[in-house]
Design a protein. Structure first.
Length: 147
């Protein structure tokens, strides 16, 4: 049996996989499985400071009344929707690159997060969620009683 060697087969498969990945990313979906629960995934920045965690999400075109932030069992959820604006072009064509529809992001918070103190603000298309840290517990010395 003669087996033909194709040295480019692996590169062709890699190229195909990258095309598939980029198709999902261009629609705003980093994880293909996330497409089943969201139409798009807004990009976020997460930073840790001494006294707090900060999540910033870019969600231009989303109205504050279309946002919902919940905290349950150590998981912070942000969901919302961006509506499409209907536009017509008299020449018969239209190009839409901005993704619309619903989005859903979940973040598991560390034990040091203070769930009761979470605050959010929305300004010029950027949602900022401020998650304060619980005060550090200092080790306590236990006195020994002599009997």
């Amino acid at each position: 049996m003669l087996v033909r060697h194709d040295p480019w087969k692996l590169m062709t498969q890699l190229h195909s996989d990258l095309d598939h990945l980029m198709e999902h990313r261009s629609r705003g979906v980093d994880d293909p499985s996330a497409a089943s629960v969201a139409d798009w995934v807004p990009p976020v920045d997460i930073k840790e400071e001494d006294a707090r965690f900060v999540i910033q999400a870019d969600i231009p075109g989303v109205r504050s009344e279309d946002l919902e932030i919940t905290m349950e069992s150590g998981v912070l959820s942000i969901k919302g929707r961006r509506l499409t604006e209907s536009t017509e072009d008299k020449r018969g064509f239209r190009r839409t690159e901005r993704v619309s529809g619903t989005f859903y992001r979940r973040f598991t918070l560390p034990d040091t997060a203070d769930a009761e103190g979470i605050k959010a603000r929305f300004d010029q298309g950027v949602l900022e969620v401020d998650i304060p840290k619980l005060p550090k517990l200092q080790p306590r010395r236990i006195d020994i009683r002599v009997c």
